[in-house]
Design a protein around this ligand. Structure first.
Ligand SMILES: [Zn+2]
Length: 558
């Protein structure tokens, strides 16, 4: 019998080697007699079963890394991701699985979207795949609940909730759920849905069929912008109930826990989900039109300031998820474009294009609903999506879409914005500075991290002043023009220099101090801003209101 542990977790496309955390294994038969076993691969053990009718494996699992896809045990709460802790065999993978949990006194209760068994300690899953889709949370917290469209939803805040406003969170989740259910038109949940909300000063989320595990800061209900980010994360994970959990791209239709699975369609699974997570907050009335514009402008800014978008197409970035998306290479900014970011922007441009082409009669919503009707619980080939676009909006839109997926062509976001009567200001801070007669400042085109007082280069964007001068990630910035740089004066010094000015950089690399001549860039914009155009037609205004699901207020029309 071959016992295995998965090497990766569905929803997070990177080999994680969970078996590295398994130790001290012993295997016995029905009478407790040891059975011989040996390791054959990094994540697999062969057991010589002989005449045994029961095979019992006992082992320790290190659970001291906290993330939405790992396991964590502390006095405050316990998170068990079965993918990191429960062995399987290929044969028994399709069988029903029974889980029994014994919780040390005083730690609280077990919460899970598994099927409850005949006691509070016992749980059932219809298959191993359902088991690994169902994390177990042990907490002394109390879930809060609401009902929407005949389903029950639970919010379980886990960890120190001193500064977290649970009531505010629950009240906002309900309209988000209602707007999301309305988008899809069907609610495929077979039982209650759980938002497991870990208040641990981190950020992350992972989607499952009947739950999501999210990590957030307990301070996030105290600041509007942070709370919107949390709502957007919750919406993102909930949209995945349809997009990727049940409507799944070919390539990851059936999971192979042993190795990487390749799909060109993660831009649909993650990018379109990222487009809708903010949009649905507007449709739910949870954010204003101005707040939505700020979120959209952030995506446009992030896309256009990532040089990697000129190196890799959306479909290739999706296939390369395993080596590019989750890594921490300092060159990622130049070699990759996130399928979340570009996927979201392509989703926006496509939505605008469909509305334009069909004179406002159809939208991306229709494409998503058609895709779901056709492909729920069946793996869809990449071509299914462009074909659905052609069916809803015509072949011209499909032909417009293809190069945005297969080449490094940028979506025309200005055109998309203009169909809603909007414009994009790419240098709002420079324009504001110039209007008030202030100096515009200069930039190098790098990011840095401070190590005590040292400025260590983290990334160097291709085509920028720093890149042309030969600055490398890992270099320490010592001085500019002979003047000492440190983290408290970097921004100030740069703001006093001018684009085009030639200066000398003093750096340290692997212990050697040297200089580089550099010609400064214009300062990179910190943000973009979407504005309502004064010449917008009444048709554009109407289209914008349908798109965002709310009325323009008088202030915007001024
Ligand atoms: Zn996602």
């Amino acid at each position: 019998m071959e016992l295995r542990l998965p090497n990766w977790n569905p929803g997070s496309y990177k080999i994680r080697d969970f078996a590295a955390h398994v130790d001290s294994m012993s295997v016995t038969d029905q009478e407790g007699h040891p059975l011989p076993f040996f390791k054959v691969r990094k994540n697999a053990w062969i057991v010589e079963v002989g005449d045994a009718t029961v095979v019992q494996a006992e082992y320790d699992v290190f659970a001291g890394q906290l993330s939405v896809r790992s396991s964590w045990v502390s006095e405050g709460f316990i998170l068990i991701n079965p993918v990191t802790a429960i062995l399987y065999t290929e044969r028994s993978r399709a069988w029903p699985q029974r889980v029994e949990v014994s919780v040390p006194d005083g730690l609280g209760r077990v919460y899970s979207s598994l099927i409850p068994g005949d006691s509070s300690a016992r749980w059932m899953a219809l298959s191993y795949d359902e088991l690994v889709d169902s994390p177990l949370v042990i907490s002394d917290g109390q879930p809060a609940n609401f009902e929407q469209d005949g389903r029950v939803y639970h919010l379980l805040d886990v960890g120190d909730d001193t500064f977290w406003d649970s009531e505010q969170a629950l009240e906002s989740l309900q309209p988000m759920v209602a707007a999301t259910n309305a988008l899809w038109g069907v609610v495929p949940l077979e039982r209650d849905y759980w938002f497991f909300n870990l208040l641990v000063e981190g950020r992350g989320g992972l989607e499952h069929d009947h739950n999501t595990v999210m990590m957030t800061s307990r301070w996030n209900t105290r600041k509007r912008e942070d709370f919107i980010n949390w709502l957007s994360l919750a919406a993102h994970e909930y949209i995945h109930v349809w997009n990727v959990r049940r409507m799944r791209p070919a390539g990851i239709g059936e999971y192979d826990f042993e190795k990487e699975q390749y799909s060109p369609s993660l831009w649909i699974a993650e990018g379109l989900t990222s487009y809708y997570d903010n949009l649905l907050l507007s449709r739910a009335g949870l954010i204003s039109i101005e707040e939505y514009f700020r979120l959209l402008a952030k995506d446009l800014h992030r896309l256009e300031l990532t040089p990697g978008r000129q190196r890799i197409s959306l479909r290739q970035a999706s296939r390369d998820a395993w080596i590019r998306q989750y890594g921490d290479s300092p060159n990622r900014v130049n070699s990759n474009i996130s399928y979340y970011t570009k996927g979201a922007v392509v989703g926006f441009a496509l939505d605008a294009r469909i509305r334009d082409e069909t004179k406002g009669r159809r939208s991306l919503d229709d494409v998503m609903r058609l895709m779901y009707r056709r492909w729920a619980d069946k793996a869809f080939p990449e071509q299914a999506f462009p074909e659905a676009v052609a069916e809803i909006a015509g072949d011209r839109v499909r032909r417009w879409l293809e190069p945005l997926l297969d080449t490094t062509q940028d979506p025309d976001v200005d055109e998309a914005l203009s169909s809603f009567g909007l414009t994009l200001e790419r240098q709002p801070d420079r324009v504001a500075a110039e209007l008030s007669g202030e100096h515009p400042g200069a930039g190098l085109g790098l990011t840095w991290k401070a190590q005590s007082d040292e400025l260590v280069v983290a990334t160097v964007a291709a085509g920028t002043a720093a890149s042309q001068a030969g600055v490398l990630p890992g270099d320490e910035l010592l001085a500019i023009g002979g003047q000492r740089l440190h983290r408290d004066n970097y921004e100030d010094k740069m703001s006093r220099l001018a684009p085009g000015e030639s200066v000398e950089l003093l750096l340290s690399r692997h212990g050697t101090v040297f200089t580089l001549a550099v010609k400064l860039d214009p300062v990179r914009p910190q943000r973009y801003e979407i504005r309502f155009s004064e010449e917008a037609s009444s048709e554009s205004i109407e289209r914008l209101q349908t798109w965002l699901g709310q009325e323009m207020n008088a202030g915007l029309l001024d």
